[in-house]
Design a protein around this ligand. Sequence first.
Ligand code: C5J
Length: 220
Amino acid sequence: MQIKATPFPFNLEPARTALVIIDMQRDFIEPGGFGETLGNDVSLLQAIIPATQKVLHAWRRQGGLVIHTRESHRPDLADCPPAKRNRGTPALRIGDQGPMGRILIAGEPGNQIIEALAPIEGEVVIDKPGKGAFYATALHGELQRRAIRSLVFMGVTTEVCVQTSMREANDRGYDCLLLEDCTESYFPGFKSAALEMIRAQGAIVGWTAPSAILLAAMEG
Ligand code: C5J
């Protein structure tokens, strides 16, 4: 399949491509989680749920590989360096008790993927202690084992975990496409800047395209 993307068409071979959904967790998208404790308006992120769900369902119908990630730390915080924990608002930090359980801690209600995008049997779920999906995780091995060469990205936030993961993927040799209306930031200006950075200089990090273009290509 050729996807009309920016800055030029993206070649997508379905059997060699995984859909990667970054951190669509209650902690970022619902009130009371990590995102809101940092002072952000989480409703901005909620707006991408319908488009993201549409792509996920279409991808599942075609039998494609789906990877979900969660930004997630061990309950003893052994994988959360002070350099990460001590930033942000002192009011409620990673590991503190919030309205949806301990902030960004594995197994807590707030750390789960939102119901609308919940993983189903056979899909891969990667818990990541960093912003990037490859740092200290088994993701590269999971993709190599399945001979995956390209990744289609959705999720939040565009300029933090999505962009970091795309850069890590790019350095490992994957071609990466980001779906523009299936990613969001708490800061609209950061989202548009991240999209520009990714596709600049001849797709230096990757490609971007609206989800409707991908869906049309999949249906065609
Ligand atoms: C952040 C993420 N923004 N998933 N995490 O801390 O982008």
